[in-house]
Design a protein around this ligand. Structure first.
Ligand SMILES: C[S@@+](CC[C@H](N)C(=O)[O-])C[C@H]1O[C@@H](n2cnc3c(N)ncnc32)[C@H](O)[C@@H]1O
Length: 202
């Protein structure tokens, strides 16, 4: 795995690119960019920013964006929660999508799961007040763990999965819709005026 590219300098590019857009959404683990490019085409007033760990996928997604002439999508190479921290300013995102993060089903590998309390705390800060985190997974154990972390933090409120934007299906969602495997979906809004620290009893 190559180290994260210099995402703190990419942050400046992101900030200037976001000017003029009514909303900014981030797809973490954007893969080859299916969801990102389709979302951007369907919602031209929204800037869609992808973060993806594998360089080959980033290259492929950005090639597709260029080939289709999509002005409101871009993918950066970044690995792990650190990349979200480095690239995205605080209070910046309207929506953060995390769709089918690797489930690491074996207990001894759970430490590798992306969605953990630390990731959720970074996600909370990167979202605007009232910004929404949208989570999807086919792994019921991981889904329960996500819910538990969110409950413990006490700074999120569940909102309807259906919102005002046109939402295409992701690449992995297509697979599970075809096989009929159940999909856990949850949208939670950042509650304003609360931080994780304030929820910890003295
Ligand atoms: C299972 S795929 C899901 C892809 C897409 N979100 C979808 O729903 O079709 C997970 C994607 O996240 C990327 N990924 C996994 N762990 C990551 C991490 N820690 N940081 C960045 N990307 C990661 C993988 O390379 C892969 O492209």
């Amino acid at each position: 795995m190559t180290p994260n590219q210099d995402l703190s300098s990419a942050r400046g590019e992101l900030i200037s690119k976001a000017r003029g857009f009514a909303r900014v959404e981030c797809d973490f683990g954007a893969a080859k960019g299916k969801f990102l490019t389709e979302s951007a085409a369907l919602n031209p007033g929204v800037l869609f920013v992808g973060i993806e760990g594998l360089s080959a996928r980033v290259l492929r997604a950005n090639k597709k964006i260029t080939r289709l002439g999509i002005p409101n999508a871009i993918v950066w190479r970044g690995w792990g929660k650190e990349s979200l921290e480095a690239l995205v300013p605080d209070d910046f995102l309207d929506t953060l999508h995390v769709s089918f993060p690797d489930p690491w089903p074996k207990r001894r590998h759970w430490f590798r799961r992306l969605v953990d309390p630390e990731f959720l705390e970074i996600a909370r800060r990167k979202l605007k007040p009232s910004g929404v985190l949208r989570l999807m997974t086919d792994h019921s154990g991981y889904f329960s763990a996500m819910k538990e972390h969110l409950d413990v933090q006490g700074v999120w409120e569940e909102v309807s999965w259906v919102d005002d934007l046109l939402r295409p299906v992701t690449e992995f969602e297509t697979i599970f819709l075809r096989t009929g495997d159940p999909i856990g979906r949850m949208a939670v809004r950042r509650r304003t005026g609360l931080t994780v620290c304030e929820t910890v009893p003295a």
